[in-house]
Design a protein around this ligand. Structure first.
Ligand SMILES: [Zn+2]
Length: 398
């Protein structure tokens, strides 16, 4: 990861400029960084020689010679992402510019355990790689899981809905199957990053609510994922929603948001009311048919979630709140959540707040996974180190 000590005239910093599309020629790089034209040309040449950049033809003349344009060599490799839910998975491949190349989704049973599920993920991704036009090497893999993750260690920590996964070192398990860098992240965190990368003008501060079978929340601050001290930031699932709820939660307490307002909780309560419901998808199907009990329960769940989010929004003052996960497809849920949010928040916190339903849908997590991996691969310190420039990174996060 970046140490913040990257010299602005180093190849890694120059690559960052080109990636961010702020410059596409040697002369622009020289102008933006203040380095000499000859140094800019040397840095670009090193990045061309090592395959990070490629020539992109001639640009518009600014009066003199037409500048030769350069760009990221997006076809030089592929990054993969897998977003695992309790009962479904999204898998995708992206080029090095973050363009989606292929994706698929499938039903899984996360309780089958890490060896089985991760083996399946690897085999699926291999099949997708084999199906691509042309061969580009895999450069990295990000896996999102529906539970708390110690991202530094790559371990899953006390996940409520992932029996058999507690303490599992996902990075090490995948490391037996592939030798590329592996990142492991909580699914709501990946979705927050994915939505922030995908929507136009999100502002620096974004909250992503994932309301599916379970409830989670991802936090982006100043454009970067905020994990907190141990990776628990944004976990609103065990906030007590007060009232008189005696519903026991998987964490051992009673009345947690997850126990009363998650898709799993709604499925449980609707089944107890005698309706033919097994899971969150069934809850949504009933609501789509305007079945009144499910609509009322979705409104109650939306209010409970909105009350928790109101505290978070007042405290955090985000630019954007994105509502994702399957429950965000249910109108009664979204409208009651919005209503309580505006009721309970200070005008200063909501005047310019954008509240939107996810636009990336089931791809939010894999887009976020690719984004994090590309940030990792193109980290200026890492690039400089690969080119033998400057201080070696303290720890290669692999
Ligand atoms: Zn709980």
């Amino acid at each position: 990861m970046s140490t913040g000590l990257v010299s602005p005239d180093s190849p890694g910093a120059v690559l960052q400029l080109v990636r961010s599309a702020h410059s596409s020629s040697r002369s622009e790089i020289a102008r933006l960084t203040g380095i000499s034209a000859s140094t800019a040309a040397l840095r670009v040449q090193a990045l061309l020689d090592s395959g990070y950049l490629e020539e992109a033809g001639d640009g518009e003349s600014q009066g003199g010679r037409r500048p030769r344009r350069i760009r990221l060599r997006t076809g030089g490799g592929v990054v993969a992402a897998a977003d695992l839910g309790a009962s479904h998975a999204a898998l995708a491949l992206f080029d090095l510019g973050g363009e989606l190349l292929a994706d698929r989704s499938a039903s899984i049973r996360v309780q089958d355990g890490p060896e089985s599920v991760l083996g399946w993920v690897h085999a699926q991704l291999q099949e997708m790689l084999d199906g691509l036009d042309g061969s580009a090497p895999l450069h990295g893999l990000t896996v999102g899981v529906p539970g708390p993750v110690d991202a530094q260690a790559g371990r899953v920590v006390t996940p409520a809905r992932m029996p058999g996964w507690n303490g599992v070192d996902v990075r090490a398990l995948l490391g037996r199957l592939t030798d590329v860098p592996v990142l492991v992240e909580n699914d709501a965190n990946l979705m927050a990053v994915g939505e922030h990368a995908a929507i136009p003008d999100p502002g620096g501060h974004l909250l992503f609510l994932k309301a599916g079978s379970g409830i989670g929340c991802g936090v982006v601050i100043d454009g970067h994922l905020h994990r907190g001290a141990r990776g628990a930031a944004g976990d609103i699932s065990h906030v007590s929603v007060g009232g008189t709820s005696e519903v026991p939660c998987s964490c051992g307490r009673i009345g947690c948001l997850d126990a009363v307002a998650s898709g799993a909780a709604l499925a449980r309560d609707l089944a107890a009311a005698g309706l033919p419901v097994r899971d969150t998808a069934d809850v949504l199907a009933l609501a789509a048919d305007a079945e009144p009990v499910s609509a009322r329960m979705l409104r109650t769940a939306g209010r409970a979630t909105g009350e928790v989010l109101a505290s978070v929004v007042n405290f955090f003052n985000p630019d954007t709140l994105v509502l994702g996960g399957r429950l965000s497809q249910a109108e009664p849920y979204v409208s009651s959540l919005r209503a309580v949010l505006y009721e309970r928040c200070l005008p200063l916190a909501t005047d310019d707040l954008r509240v939107a339903v996810t636009t990336t849908g089931r791809l939010a997590g894999v887009i976020g996974g690719a984004h994090l991996m590309l940030e990792h691969l193109f980290d200026p310190t890492r690039v400089n180190s690969a080119l033998g420039v400057g201080p070696q990174p303290l720890a290669v996060a692999h």
